[in-house]
Design a protein around this ligand. Sequence first.
Ligand code: FE2
Length: 388
Amino acid sequence: MPSYVRAGSLPHKRHIQFRRPDGGLYAEELFSTKGFESVYSLLYHLNPPTATLEVREWNRAKVTLLPNDPLRNRHFKVAQVATGGDAIDSRRALIGNSDILVSIAQADRAMEYWYRNTGGDELLFIHHGAGVIETPFGELAYRQHDYIIIPTGTTYRLLPSVSTRMLVHESAGMVRIPKKYRNEYGQLEEHAPYYERDFRVPLLKAPVDARGEYEVRVSNAGRHATYIVQNHPCDVIGWDGYCYPYAFNLEEFAPITGKLHQPPPAHATFEAPGAAFCAFVPRLFDYHPLAIPVPYNHSSVDCDEVLYYVSGNFMSRRGVEEGSITLHAAGAPHGPQPGAVEASLGKTSTDEIAVMVDTFKPLQLAQSALDVEDANYYRSWIEAPAKV
Ligand SMILES: [Fe+2]
């Protein structure tokens, strides 16, 4: 919700009669969050969005998470996780806690139904692929390296034109632009690494005036259902407000660099309850004559760090590959691996792309991640490999 948006036809006042050419009333819908007290939009449907013909069970696979025990740094070769199907049924849970669930998905076919997560916002990161997300707010075209924010309760369906590999973050709350980037009126400040113009919003198409039996699969915090609704979900003639899906491409991210190493918060993109998101994109390195380009050793004692490696040369990490995830556990020291500091000296730029989520509650592990674990990762900082 970067700012106010309006699209299509709207009545001049909210909550008044707004009539179709045939004399009937459009159906106004308030799409609000946190009850009526946070961001919202008003949508005008050709037909009521409430006409539910049937509610059935959706036996969605239950996500089981195991403790990170023994507590240690881990590396998962997620590129090896077998997945395929549509954008929802291809999700394979990897890591999560009660605030956020991180999954990998490979959408190689269109969704034949609609999906609505009413348990919190979803943040999709498109690693590879392209396509369109259809929503009542319009169509949001996506491409490689997009972040896509889908507010809780948004009905959508993802239609890939190219098979789409994505990292899926299901938050239990709202995914927001960090407060530190906003002024007192909510506008992005000059020091922010992006600007309102960088965010793409759905393109509202002609409303679909159709009746039938449309399947909408609904999830909310582990509860699921399949709704059969009478009216096509994309029958909106106009909408306005602050709550809508939007996209942001990493190409538009203007990284903050400095004389000395900038810590991850300098690369923050979004935040959610219990989670902070960052992006590392191609950038110039620090310009102090004695600067060390790679990060220093550190132990983030009160958060778990998850880094997803997208592309480029991951200079400070031995053994990781495109599509890898490292989990640096709270309190477990990590940093450049042996030789990485010396090898980095004199380098002036990096072409790496990686996205990060840090969580403040302990992360747990799904079997899909454990199946592709590089179990020796926690030993990768040893100066000389121990003889066995
Ligand atoms: Fe770290």
